[in-house]
Design a protein around this ligand. Structure first.
Ligand SMILES: [Zn+2]
Length: 217
């Protein structure tokens, strides 16, 4: 589908909505000097991590450990073209690679068992709300806190760019929007880096997201 000029300039990611699921206890990680705690769970993002059959835009989960593996669909209707693959590889290597995560591409992905490939990227609009260009959802929760395998779907037509890839990957490791951070911040607060909404195309993690990741993993 053709993209509009507005979408080329500004990508949007799905917003989390309040629903009534079991909540998880929030243990505040405040013994460190971050600007705000935007790592799930927070007092404003505490729905229990659980399996989702498809994107519902409501659930946040941490990933299950500091070894972060990823895979990109390379065939079929959800495959990433070379330019999209290059964008994802760049974000994983140069944005998430320098954090405390040990990041690697999994060319022989696992989709079952207890050690699934952590993030699967698809070029797809299936289940992506009309107001968003990407979505992240948990395919297999490890427990109420962590997900063993997350899917990231981003629309075709040039939306696999650094900022939105960083944003959806952030959700896949537990980062939330500013309005769900503690203390709460504007969703457009510049200190949130690529977790801002809308997300600029060239955003990276910046200090606050890195601090939250490194305090968690
Ligand atoms: Zn988002």
């Amino acid at each position: 589908m053709p993209s509009t000029p507005a979408r080329r300039l500004s990508v949007r990611a799905i917003c989390l909505a309040a629903v009534t699921f079991t909540t998880v206890a929030v243990t505040a990680g405040v013994a460190w000097a971050a600007y705000t705690d935007n790592m799930y769970p927070t007092p404003y993002a505490n729905l229990g991590c659980h399996d989702e059959n498809g994107p519902d835009g409501k659930v946040s989960c941490q990933t299950d450990n500091a070894t972060l593996t990823y895979y990109m669909d390379s065939s079929g209707s959800n495959k990433l073209e070379t330019v999209d693959r290059n964008a994802v590889n760049n974000v994983m290597t140069n944005v998430y690679g320098p954090t405390d995560f040990s990041v690697s591409y999994d060319s022989t992905p696992s989709f079952s068992g207890g050690a699934e490939t952590d993030i699967v990227y698809q070029e797809s609009s299936t289940g992506v709300s009309a107001s968003a260009d990407g979505v992240t959802f948990c395919n297999n929760a490890a427990d109420s806190l962590r997900c063993d395998q997350q899917y990231v779907r981003i629309r075709g037509g040039g939306h696999f760019v650094k900022g939105l890839t960083c944003h959806e990957t952030g959700h896949a490791v537990g980062l939330v929007h500013g309005n769900q951070a503690s203390p709460q911040k504007s969703k457009t607060d510049e200190a949130l880096g690529c977790m801002e909404t809308p997300t600029s195309s060239d955003e990276g993690l910046q200090a606050n997201n890195i601090a939250n990741i490194n305090a968690t993993y």
